[in-house]
Write a new protein. Structure first.
Length: 289
């Protein structure tokens, strides 16, 4: 995914931030364990951390938090880190599947050297993850290809485009949480729409400069008036998605790491939305991959 789903740290209790960080660092270690590659750690992102917390709730599994050092700061102090378990290793595979298609998409868009190297680096790890999770791998492939075809044909319906990513995220949620659930499906579908829309808006000016397709761009020139219309449309759709995510979450039974998870749902998504809207697509920030 893209790293947009994160906590609102300024408005987070210290104990909840410690738990959030423990999951993040735990996922980093789980990725290294699952792939047997230190380089694959660079694919860690906040979205996957959120998925790990959500999955522990659905599996009713309390995380085994232990103190450990970061692999990149061996001489530093120890921090609380969620230990490796079946859930963390399963989500490490999911992260690998998603990372591969992200870099492949970048390469197809005429990506830079880092994207081509990223694809080469993740390919063999992708094959292993796909063998362990063939159904999810096939679903991700199908939805990415459907999205790619729509974008190449310059599809004008943002709903049809966002549906591809949203449907894919439903399958990701089911795989991570070990089974279908209407509330989980609703949350993941709307989260997928939110991620696709916020990423498109964040990429707006970068795509204009590079001559790339962006589902939010009009066929003519981007005037101040059309920019305002785009912002209003995106703001409405992002707010609607967040509202639907909260509605699904409110109906769930949350018993594991509730403080960290609720901060993401009630504060993190809104804070991220406001941050991206304030940038107006003019200062796009990207992850390493």
């Amino acid at each position: 995914m893209f790293g947009y789903v994160t906590a609102d740290k300024p408005n987070m209790l210290i104990k909840d931030y410690a738990v959030f960080r423990a999951y993040y660092c735990g996922m980093c270690k789980a990725i290294a364990k699952r792939t047997k590659s230190q380089l694959m750690r660079i694919g860690i992102n906040y979205d996957i951390t959120f998925l790990a917390i959500l999955a522990h709730n659905y599996c009713k599994t309390q995380p085994d938090i232990q103190e450990s050092r970061c692999a990149f700061h061996l001489l530093g102090k120890k921090y609380p880190i969620v230990g490796k378990n079946d859930i963390m290793l399963r989500i490490a595979d999911i992260n690998t599947l998603l990372a591969y298609y992200k870099v492949e998409d970048d390469v197809l868009d005429g990506g830079k050297l880092k994207h081509r190297l990223g694809k080469l680096m993740t390919k063999r790890h992708y094959k292993r993850a796909a063998r362990r999770m063939p159904t999810l791998a096939a679903s991700i492939k199908s939805n990415y290809e459907r999205l790619r075809a729509l974008e190449q044909n310059k599809e004008e319906s943002i709903d049809r485009l966002a549906d591809c990513f949203a449907t894919m995220l439903v399958e990701v949620g089911r795989a991570a949480c070990n089974g279908p659930d209407p509330l989980l499906d609703d949350l993941c579908y709307n989260l997928g729409r939110w991620i696709y829309l916020i990423d498109a808006y964040d990429d707006l000016y970068a795509d204009i400069q590079e001559g790339k397709f962006n589902p939010l761009l009009p066929s003519g020139d981007l005037t101040a008036e059309t920019e305002e219309q785009i912002t209003d449309t995106v703001k409405f759709n992002l707010s609607l998605a967040v509202s639907n995510i909260r509605a699904a979450y409110d109906a769930m039974e949350i018993t594991v790491s509730e403080g960290a998870l609720s901060n993401i749902i009630y504060r993190g998504l809104q804070a991220r939305t406001e941050e991206i809207l304030a940038r107006r697509g003019k200062e796009c920030k990207k992850t390493l991959l």
